[in-house]
Write a new protein. Structure first.
Length: 277
């Protein structure tokens, strides 16, 4: 299971109750597979998108090097029709008020319209966001529909795409975007160079190294970091520790192909203990 399903499974070890809101295809492909592979403390609520398949992303991997050779997507990335949008808006209005943390991973596949983004930003008590640029949405996807939210996790390529700026120093772009969108915590991941967090209220940057011993698959690392830093920031865990936890989670993610394994909580605790001695 990928995307928000993977995020929910990773979160399930650290949070008691999770409500998962996402979309599947009109014919409900893979519904039973998904339900059987979600952790027990996750309550799913799905929109079944008209004239759409359940999103399936395939990767063809070289057997020797384990590097991806080609990928294929089966999806319909048109925006939800009015009926589906109305149903989704109703679910969000009902569910968000029951939850103290909202995590959004927006892949640009037509699920979150401007209206839906507005509802989330308005209703969420604490909103953490990742708006991913990928091969099917590059040139179109943006965080323009979101504003006044707590946390954004984005990679360096994505922030440069968002700001239309190839050359400026990363920290300059982070400050500028934080001010424009009123983002309290902005995290930019930079691959092997690690990650940076900017906190607007303190006007301060925090830095973390990259901890992966081997990198097999970078896809989903930002989602994994988001899933751990969001509850840490919500719980007001120290900024340096929060960024360290997120970086260690991302390191676990890139060391495996796909989403075969969720974050290993015990490994995370042991690694933190060794770091903090």
């Amino acid at each position: 299971l990928g995307g928000v399903l993977s995020i929910a499974n990773s979160l399930s070890q650290f949070i008691k109750k999770i409500t998962l809101v996402s979309m599947l295809g009109e014919k409900k492909e893979f519904l039973n597979l998904i339900k059987n592979n979600l952790e027990k403390n996750i309550k799913p609520k799905f929109i079944f998108k008209k004239d759409s398949p359940t999103i399936l992303k395939k990767r063809f991997v070289d057997h020797v090097s384990q590097s991806k050779v080609i990928g294929s997507y089966n999806l319909n990335d048109e925006i939800l029709d009015k009926q589906n949008e109305k149903k989704l808006n109703s679910i969000l209005n009902k569910e968000i008020k029951k939850h103290d943390l909202v995590i959004v991973s927006d892949y640009g596949h037509g699920f979150i319209s401007k209206k839906i983004a507005g509802t989330i930003c308005k209703k969420a008590n604490f909103l953490a966001l990742n708006a991913q640029v990928n091969s099917s949405n590059i040139g179109y996807h943006t965080i323009a529909n979101y504003k006044n939210f707590n946390t954004l996790v984005i990679n360096e390529k994505e922030i440069r795409h968002e700001m239309r700026d190839k050359n400026s120093k990363t920290e300059i772009l982070m400050k500028k975007l934080s001010l424009e969108k009123n983002i309290h915590n902005l995290i930019v991941t930079k691959g092997k160079e690690g990650s940076i967090m900017y906190q607007k209220s303190k006007n301060r940057f925090y830095y973390s190294a990259a901890f992966a011993d081997k990198v097999l698959d970078k896809v989903g690392a930002g989602d994994t970091m988001l899933s751990l830093v969001a509850p840490c920031l919500k719980m007001k865990i120290e900024s340096e520790i929060t960024l360290l936890i997120g970086s260690l989670a991302a390191a676990q993610s890139v060391e495996i192909i796909g989403n075969k394994h969720k974050i290993d909580k015990l490994k995370m605790i042991k690694t933190l203990e060794s770091f903090l001695k």
